[in-house]
Ligand binder design. Structure first.
Ligand SMILES: NC(=O)c1ccc[n+]([C@@H]2O[C@H](COP(=O)([O-])OP(=O)(O)OC[C@H]3O[C@@H](n4cnc5c(N)ncnc54)[C@H](O)[C@@H]3O)[C@@H](O)[C@H]2O)c1
Length: 492
């Protein structure tokens, strides 16, 4: 199967395009071949989007929303199929695959509702017989660049607000997960979205991403991915005066205080550290634990980790699937070596798993380090795999300081039964998302999603805040006095 671009409502021919294989990380099986698009393909897509957007912007927002209702309905109908494609292509276990598709469905219905609430503001004018208001205007053609770890949810966080706000978009998915984008292109087509509103273009970040950012008709770049790539996107976007929204890496922590329900904390840590094999931007990568409960927590965690079954995510009994590719496997293993060299104590894991059924996939053993120095590399850098570092502290103040000591600021969590502790923590934890008595993952689509510091640049995906990325405020003054009134001068 060859995956070609969807541009202006037409599936591009193969022509003389180059392709690379898409493989199943669970067993190395080739699933498809994906096109490596060129700058010319990007130009075609931008032209199609620009043309379509002119008409799309004139469709009333509640009517644009109707397409999202239809998209949501089709996704719901195809939910199991989409979840299976997701799991085969990306590796997360099927239960999580279903959850992610559901998130996309929820986003479709939620954003459709925004079509009837695309609120502006009316404002008193300085002058009599004058009416002042501001509206959210569409921006035009927007470019969406997404990572492989949430191949459908993140795309819906970006494309659905773009659609409802009256923009047309070009979406470049990660090269590792084009099949989900191909499936979504089919959903857009089936929903009858006018040709050119949604354009899907496959290819490398450097070639396609750069061409999108540099194209003068692409007005917004909404990027989710690593901080390293995000920085390059921001620099290039800045040079071309683009509005750039960045959602990037994380180094998220669970804080376990001495009065915490330890059983609950273990459940929260397990889910957020090892779900999606630790490859979530919100994954728990550090556990900051009060010294009085450290030993007990270690024992409970080790016992719970023994129950984690590892394998192909299509098997309903499996809890942890593979990591995305061999490069990721090597990166994770390298960090484990760094942790050992830094003097941390490896309690369990720390190895690539390649026995029996696991031989053909990319599997890493869930790994727990303790006695980790808060300033060490494994405590500071994003590993993006199933590796957790325990850091001991003596007080809430110290726990917050350790949490905030990293350059990232996506998500944090605290387990405590004390109301004063949790209120102080939610105020002082410097992250875009804070959880209390829950792990570091599990966003709800009607709340803003994003982080502080090195995780983002102040924009948010998800929630009503996402509309800020895809709209521009336009102020309108209507003078009905019949004479030329001049604000300020006339008033002075
Ligand atoms: N904060 C969030 O909301 C969030 C959510 C999910 C993932 N992430 C982060 O994403 C990372 C994992 O995803 P990844 O490995 O796909 O990230 P990545 O940065 O390697 O790639 C992300 C996207 O950018 C493209 N790209 C690569 N180079 C580019 C360039 N020079 N110009 C334009 N585009 C380019 C890629 O092809 C891909 O589509 C992790 O760091 C994770 O924390 C963040």
């Amino acid at each position: 199967m060859q995956l070609n671009n969807y541009i202006g409502g037409i599936w591009q021919d193969a022509g003389d395009a180059k392709y690379v294989p898409v493989t199943n990380p669970a067993n190395g099986e080739e699933l498809a071949q994906v096109r490596l698009s060129t700058k010319e393909d990007v130009n075609l897509a931008v032209a199609a989007a620009k043309e379509a957007q002119k008409k799309w912007a004139l469709v009333p927002a509640p009517k644009r929303a109707d397409y999202l209702y239809e998209i949501g309905r089709i996704m719901k109908e195809k939910k199991e199929h989409l979840a299976q494609v997701l799991t085969k292509e990306m590796g997360k276990v099927i239960e999580e695959g279903r959850g992610e598709v559901q998130e996309g469905i929820d986003m479709a219905f939620y954003m459709a509702g925004e079509g009837r609430r695309l609120f502006g503001e009316t404002t008193p004018s300085e002058l009599a017989d004058k009416f002042a208001m501001s509206v959210r205007a569409p921006i035009g053609v927007v470019g969406l660049i997404t990572p492989w770890n949430f191949p459908v949810a993140i795309a819906t966080w970006k494309s659905f607000p773009a659609i409802v706000a009256g923009n047309a978009f070009l979406w470049k998915p990660a090269t590792e997960t084009p099949m989900m984008a191909y499936e979504m292109a089919k959903v857009f087509e089936e929903a009858g979205l006018p040709p050119g509103v949604a354009n899907i273009i496959f290819g490398s970040g450097v070639e396609v991403g750069t061409a999108m950012i540099e194209h003068p008709d692409v007005k917004v770049i909404s990027f989710t991915g690593s901080t390293e790539t995000g920085r390059a996107v921001a620099e290039r976007g800045g040079r071309h005066l683009k509005k750039v929204s960045l959602e990037m890496g994380g180094k998220n922590a669970v804080i376990v205080m001495d009065d915490a329900d330890l059983g609950l904390a273990v459940e929260g840590i397990l889910w957020s550290a090892f779900g999606t094999a630790g490859q979530r931007c919100t994954a728990c990568s550090r556990v900051i634990v009060h010294k009085d409960v450290k030993e007990e927590l270690e024992t409970l965690l080790l016992t719970a980790m023994e129950q984690l079954t590892i394998g192909d995510g299509m098997d309903e009994t499996v809890k942890i699937g593979p990591v995305i590719n061999k490069k990721a496997l090597d990166k994770i293993h390298n960090y484990v070596q760094i942790g050992k060299d830094e003097g941390a104590t490896l309690l369990v894991g720390g190895e690539i798993l390649a026995e029996g059924n696991l031989a053909k996939g990319n599997y890493y053993a869930p790994t727990l380090f303790t006695n980790v120095d808060r300033d060490s590399r494994i405590a500071q850098e994003e590993i993006f795999g199933p590796v957790v570092s325990l850091i001991e502290v003596s007080s809430l103040e110290e726990a917050i300081e350790v949490n905030n000591s990293v350059t990232f600021g996506l998500s944090s969590s605290i387990f405590s039964r004390d109301v004063n502790t949790v209120f102080k923590a939610q105020r002082d934890l410097d992250t875009g998302i804070v959880y209390v008595n829950a792990g570091t993952t599990g966003a709800e689509i009607h709340l803003p999603f994003g982080g502080t510091k090195g995780t983002g640049n102040g924009h948010r995906d998800s929630g009503v805040a996402a509309l800020d990325v895809y709209t521009e405020w336009k102020s309108i003054y209507i003078d009905f006095s019949g004479k030329l009134q001049r604000a300020q001068i006339d008033n002075s």
